[in-house]
Unconditional design. Structure first.
Length: 349
């Protein structure tokens, strides 16, 4: 990302200092039982294990997930080639006010929040979402991916990986449904016209890693997120039991999964979307690849009636339209307009 001027470093002095402890890792779950679908007891046990991880952590890592290693190697290789290009080349596919898909970096300004470069694309091209966050505006827009000419293999690698991530995300979604007492395919209907997307995250070496973050503390607004991180590591999760930040140790060929806001609402707070962030390294660049599973834009998100069994257990959220929620986030994050960075706390009943 180039040389850093002294004013930028001075501005970072006002950033909160990260405090991280490393006594344990998030749960590690072996998905091998899914290879033998005839063993119902093994599937029930696996679902229970995932439910426990969702309830206590909101995060876990999975191994024996079925994603080919070659698929991951392709996208990591192509991504590194892309981010190694001159900035002028990468900016040829920059995202803008009309299209949130493409390249973006934080540049070195005093207002920078995160130390990273990203490349975003939709997993289902095109993606249909509302034009406006206004409740009465019924217009829709189709957002289309834009791909760089170099490296030529990036598009194929990204599209192949997106298909594998969708398969894995639905395996996890089914296990989460079972853990909540729903039918295995009980959540499938929300994703017929999904708004899933992917992000390539590149964190260059930072001269002042103790003063800034790769990405600040946040929660994910969608249903669930699946992430591949390299061996450099940098993801940190806020532990629910005591609020401490826990460094997620990289595990070779594992994928990290976390619950998003939508599942928190659907489960009526049984499974909470947990804050997380990414730290940077002074010597090594870091790459992570995130898949965000999102339902159709017309989905009405509210606590699932099947999960509110006790007559004393009332819905903890008012319903909201996912497409309007998503476009409000886009207007805040991408267009930098005077629109709130909406959170599900706004819909607390």
């Amino acid at each position: 990302m180039g040389e850093v001027d002294p004013d930028f470093i001075q501005a970072l002095e006002h950033r909160p200092k990260p405090h991280t402890i490393e006594p344990e890792n998030i749960p590690l779950i072996d998905l091998s039982p899914l290879k033998s679908s005839s063993d119902a007891n093994a599937i029930v046990s696996l679902a229970s294990e995932i439910g426990d991880a969702c309830e206590k952590w909101g995060f876990f890592q999975v191994i024996n997930h079925g994603v080919p290693l070659t698929c991951r190697e392709k996208i990591e290789s192509a991504s590194r080639k892309f981010f190694a290009l001159p900035r002028e080349e990468k900016k040829k596919v920059s995202r803008d006010e009309l299209n949130p898909f493409g390249y973006y970096d934080t540049e070195h300004t005093k207002n920078v929040r995160d130390w990273k470069e990203v490349f975003d694309f939709t997993a289902h091209n095109p993606m249909t979402i509302p034009v406006s966050h206004e409740p009465d505006d019924k217009r829709l827009i189709e957002l289309i991916n834009q791909w760089p000419e170099d490296p030529p293999e990036l598009r194929e690698a990204c599209e192949e990986h997106a298909k594998e991530m969708e398969k894995l995300a639905f395996k996890l979604l089914e296990l989460i449904a079972l853990s909540l007492g729903l039918k295995r395919d009980g959540l499938h209907g929300f994703f017929e016209d999904q708004t899933s997307r992917m992000r390539l995250n590149y964190y260059p070496p930072c001269p002042a890693p103790h003063l800034t973050l790769g990405v600040g503390r946040h929660k994910d607004g969608g249903a669930l997120t699946v992430v591949a991180q390299d061996d450099v590591g940098g993801l940190e999760v806020k532990r629910k039991s005591d609020g401490e930040w826990i460094f997620v140790k990289p595990i070779q060929n594992a994928y990290i999964m976390n619950v998003g806001d939508i599942i928190q609402v659907w489960s009526n707070d049984k499974y909470e979307s947990v804050e997380h962030r990414a730290v940077v390294n002074s010597e090594k660049a870091r790459l992570s690849i995130a898949y965000f599973l999102g339902p159709a834009h017309y989905t009405w998100v509210e606590p699932l009636q099947e999960l509110i069994n006790d007559q004393n257990d009332k819905p903890k959220y008012k319903g909201y339209n996912w497409g309007k929620f998503l476009i409000t986030r886009n207007l805040s994050n991408f267009k930098k307009l005077a629109v709130e960075n909406i959170q599900i706390s706004r819909f607390k009943a």
